[in-house]
Write a protein that binds this ligand. Structure first.
Ligand code: FES
Ligand SMILES: [Fe+2]
Length: 338
């Protein structure tokens, strides 16, 4: 896993058990479903590494591990030796987000809160693709790919700006009825679609699309690395609530989700056959992509630093590992080797 930051780790509808483990790259996150909402913790038992959702039992603020039966505190407090860290998480409109490798939640919580008041979030679909998550997110900013892959007639994009830590690009796409649908375009029916793409992390983007004039919908796209090198893409939309208080048109919502799905399938063959370590020859039109890469660099995931955040638990684990090694008669002194 290369980058941390915000991830959409699940759809709430998929958390059918009290304890569910979700892989995020090399990490395992434990989703704990309570009447008050979803909480997210490390899923690895600090005793000997069992997955806490496997045969584990939720008892108030702890999980009784299913391997040796020790009681593992969820979050800090209580038994500090046997505890797992909690992650900042948000559940909104059936989507579950977690913040990994960083302490500052940034703009996403406030953005989602505002979005949920003006829009109805329609949970969408999930796909597995053999590509790094940051390339899925980058797609929204890669103006040059829209024409050959998505049959977009023209893209006019402003240079990227950072809005309170969010990588933002304002663009207009000239599209025909064939865009995202395949088939031939008729020049007379092209329309201009303004869109504003915002990356909150290299794993999450929310794009505001003003297809129907004043009432834009939003596309929420997240990509989560998997232990086998693929990534899980989850895509949902937020539909504007009509002024009369009625529900947004579900047929339109499903149609948009279908278009987005077709769009991703158009990208898939390119992504899955990409040579990621090829020598690149960037051209001036790639400036936005290079700026995006720079943005991603701030999210570089450092597992050691992450453990350092949770110093108390880490120290206990380190000490207990050292004690185990001593008991096992292992030679802990490198100078005595050879
Ligand atoms: S691995 Fe969890 S109690 Fe032993
Ligand atoms: Fe694309």
């Amino acid at each position: 896993m290369q980058y941390g930051g915000w991830f959409q780790i699940a759809f709430e509808r998929d958390l059918t058990a009290e304890l569910t483990t979700i892989p995020v790259g090399s990490l395992k996150l434990l989703c704990v479903r309570r009447p008050s909402g979803v909480e997210v913790y490390d899923a690895v038992c600090p005793h000997r590494g069992a997955d806490l959702s496997v045969n584990g039992r939720l008892v108030e603020q702890s999980v009784v591990c299913g391997y040796h039966g020790y009681r593992i505190t969820l979050g800090r407090g209580g038994n500090e030796r046997f505890c797992v860290r909690r992650y900042h998480s948000i559940t909104v409109g059936g989507l579950v987000f977690a913040l990994i490798g960083r302490d500052d939640p940034g703009e996403l919580p406030a953005f989602l809160k505002a979005l949920a008041t003006s829009h109805e979030i329609v949970p969408g679909w999930e796909k597995t693709i053999r590509v790094a998550p940051e390339l899925v997110i980058e797609n929204a900013f890669d103006a040059a790919h829209f024409k050959p892959i998505h049959d977009v007639k023209e893209v006019r994009a402003q240079p990227p700006v950072m809005e309170r830590g969010v990588f933002t690009v304002d663009a207009t796409l000239r599209v025909g009825p064939s865009a995202w649908q395949g088939g031939a375009s008729d020049d007379s029916t092209f329309i201009d679609v303004p869109l504003l793409a915002r990356a909150f992390s290299p794993n999450l983007t929310i794009t505001t699309i003003a297809m129907g004039g004043d009432h834009p919908h939003h596309v929420i796209a997240g990509a989560v690395p998997q232990p086998d090198g693929t990534c899980k893409v989850r895509l949902s939309i937020a539909m504007p609530r009509p002024a009369d208080g009625s529900a947004p048109n579900q047929e339109v919502a499903q149609l948009i989700l279908q278009y987005e799905s077709m769009g991703l399938e158009q990208d898939r063959p390119v992504w899955e056959n990409l040579t990621v370590d090829a020598t690149t020859n960037y051209v001036p039109e790639d400036a936005t992509i290079l700026a995006y890469r720079k943005f991603c660099d701030q999210f570089r995931f450092d597992r050691a630093a992450r453990l350092g955040d949770d110093k108390v638990a880490h120290d206990y684990r380190r000490k207990s590992r050292a004690a185990d090694a001593e008991r096992a008669g292992a030679d802990e002194n490198p100078s005595a080797r050879n």
